[in-house]
Design a binder for this molecule. Sequence first.
Ligand code: AMP
Length: 426
Amino acid sequence: MATTGIRAIEGTRDYFGNDGNRFDKIETFAADLFSRYGYARIRTPVFERSELFARSIGAATDIVEKEMYTFTPGSDTITLRPENTAGVVRAYLQHSMEKQGGLTKLWYAGPMFRRERPQKGRQRQFHQIGIEAIGSSDPLLDAEVVSVGMRFYEFVGIGNVGLRLNSIGCQKPECRPLFRQLLRDAIRPNLDKYCKTCQNRFERNVLRIIDCKNPECQKLSATLPKSYDSLCPECADHFERTKEGVSALGGEYTIDHTLVRGLDYYTKTVFEYTHDALGAQNAIGGGGRYDGLVEELGGKPTPAIGFALGIERMLIAMEAVGACACGYPLQVYGVSLGDSARRAMAGLIARLREAGISADMDYEGRSMKSQMRAANRREAMCCLILGENELAEGKISVKDMLDDGGQEVVDIFDCLDAVRKILPRI
Ligand code: AMP
């Protein structure tokens, strides 16, 4: 098929080999770790009504303005999800999950779509795993959520993940709206010196000026007011308690006032995980509290918090530190020659698989020698070797491939026991 010349679309990619193995492990680890914290898996559709994203992420954000894949097949306008929080909250409301009472904890994994300029660590179809805890405003929950992410990175073998923390306050007039006003007042005298993007953001999304990566803008912004200095008493208290909680759970963080996150729905706590292996796109995951989103989407006022971790950037970091590259090594390889021996081997291999052992055999009619080579290439721990003569005598050779081990001839009915004697040593 390679001759057709059809290639994957720019900004999308295939996952196999080491990355495929790591991808699998990330999802397995997520299921394991998140369930220990009480999160249940949710799967939502990859496309939703476009309105859901405009209302939640915010109409004046990069994602909604420029990056969404939106289609109008018939009368609906639908969008491939650029993130999963909006979909999870939509599902929470649609299925009245609040009626179960208390806190609802959900986790997800899956592809997201944003029409960004592809580069290292930035794709158009990328993958995230994330958690959402809906129904509590307790700062200790903020601390727990932040620490789940840190634990997850340790789990997948990338330590040295940095944690940046900030609070961007709430929608009360004396909190974020007032801070926005302070910012505009401070920026206005120099507005013409800022880059075009910042100038465009001045009225519509002034917070994003603080996190502009342009060095000239950063110089101009160095003396701007800081969000955590302008919080209302409730948000200030929440931020203090969150920091105390993160420290109590053993997390080290830096406070970063330039961290505002791009999306409208965030309130109070925002955080980002960083890793040095990533270069310019050093954010490996991030999240925050979104106390207004459930209400914005038609529910009762319900505080909530979550994060999303990017799988592609995790893969880059895992590659850099050599974490979890190995796949699932084959336990047994069946080497056989002659029609009846091959048929008997197929039966034995099937029995091993039923017994929970990973096993495979030659399906290309190769010589004994090249079957042994295949077993080595597949890093099989043990080989079964069966020729027509052995079969006639009801015998089979079991070769220990670990540590260049020996080979013994056993009764064909005892071969499972002989294999098991070899395997537990790993
Ligand atoms: P965000 O909520 O936009 O900060 O996304 C959370 C995480 O998802 C980021 O820290 C990245 O690891 C990952 N991510 C976001 N956009 C992309 C993209 N276009 N390509 C790859 N990963 C992405």
